[in-house]
Design a binder for this molecule. Sequence first.
Ligand SMILES: NC(=O)C1=CN([C@@H]2O[C@H](COP(=O)(O)OP(=O)(O)OC[C@H]3O[C@@H](n4cnc5c(N)ncnc54)[C@H](OP(=O)(O)O)[C@@H]3O)[C@@H](O)[C@H]2O)C=CC1
Ligand SMILES: C[C@H]1O[C@H](OP(=O)(O)OP(=O)(O)OC[C@H]2O[C@@H](n3cnc4c(=O)[nH]c(N)nc43)[C@H](O)[C@@H]2O)[C@@H](O)[C@@H](O)C1=O
Length: 319
Amino acid sequence: MFFSVDSFFSNKSAKIFVAGHRGLVGSAIVRKLQSLDFTNIVVRTHADLDLTRQSDVESFFAAEKPQYVVLAAAKVGGIHANNTYPADFISINLQIQTNVIDSSYRHGVKKILFLGSSCIYPKFAPHPIPENALLSGPLEPTNEWYAVAKIAGIKMCQAYRIQHGFNAISAMPTNLYGPNDNFHPENSHVLPALMRRFHKAKVDGAKEVVVWGTGSPLREFLHVDDLADAVVFLMGNYSGLDHVNVGSGKEVTIKELAELVKEVVGFEGELVWDTSKPDGTPRKLMDSSKLASLGWNAKISLKDGLVDTYKWYLENVKQ
Ligand SMILES: NC(=O)C1=CN([C@@H]2O[C@H](COP(=O)(O)OP(=O)(O)OC[C@H]3O[C@@H](n4cnc5c(N)ncnc54)[C@H](OP(=O)(O)O)[C@@H]3O)[C@@H](O)[C@H]2O)C=CC1
Ligand SMILES: C[C@H]1O[C@H](OP(=O)(O)OP(=O)(O)OC[C@H]2O[C@@H](n3cnc4c(=O)[nH]c(N)nc43)[C@H](O)[C@@H]2O)[C@@H](O)[C@@H](O)C1=O
């Protein structure tokens, strides 16, 4: 189905609902929209609107009638959280995305962007992973429940486009980091977990820091301000059926990442590897050439992004 390039950028007073605005991604999207002078951004805290409650979501859309929606609310966590709470990861995500996508269609939203994740791809996908590797093999067991929910979200956007002509698109970001990340010691992703642990070790004068797994898995990291830039770019420039990968194009081993975080934080002790913890998928570098061909590329290097995030951490997270 054909959609002309969207008029998203031409109306800065259009009402935009950013779901999950207090999280890592949602807060970056709000900052980006504000920097572009969008003036009518609608938000709700989790306490004010629980997106798993269908009738509350219906009532919210009926009352607010947003014109655009960015769905950045989800149950999110690192390898340990995904592996420990599989029921939460599949059920909460299926509920949130089903309610928000369906209500958006029913209440006349012009366009919605759904955020998935690079974990939708098979554990042993070809590299770099192209969009068409979806559903071509078994998933990584530590996060398959979350991945199945995210795959359902992509398919729901496609189904509503095919059956109803609803302009629903999906973006698949790689591993993200930046301001407003979750720095929980066990449930967070690797980068904020290590930043917190190295910082604490530096302050305490500890001799070593424990890092999970073998250090050999490869991961692609993207600063969340780059992701927000890409999301807004896609809102204005892409209305296709297929999901779009959003990555930096650069991968590092977890050992290299740990050494870099250690350097940025200024910890001078040793790394100790806890190989009883899972490595997860061995590698997941995405092929983001489709997005590049549309005219978007990442700008923030991992080193610069880490320095920026550590500064934010020192200024904003209670030590
Ligand atoms: N972080 C990453 O590395 C990656 C993230 N993504 C995707 O980006 C999106 C955003 O992730 P991220 O910003 O990291 O996650 P965060 O956990 O930082 O933020 C998620 C937000 O969703 C809100 N939320 C959760 N459940 C509900 C609910 N039932 N009702 C209303 N609000 C709710 C949270 O509020 P509260 O905290 O109050 O519950 C929070 O503000 C997700 O779809 C995720 O899959 C994709 C790839 C990588
Ligand atoms: C974004 C993505 O995030 C998750 O997938 P993941 O990439 O495996 O995420 P992670 O950041 O938690 O771990 C990356 C690697 O790092 C190692 N590692 C070392 N030390 C720590 C550590 O202290 N904490 C964590 N969490 N990992 C550590 C860890 O053992 C692993 O090898 C998915 O659940 C999925 O939901 C998803 O979409």
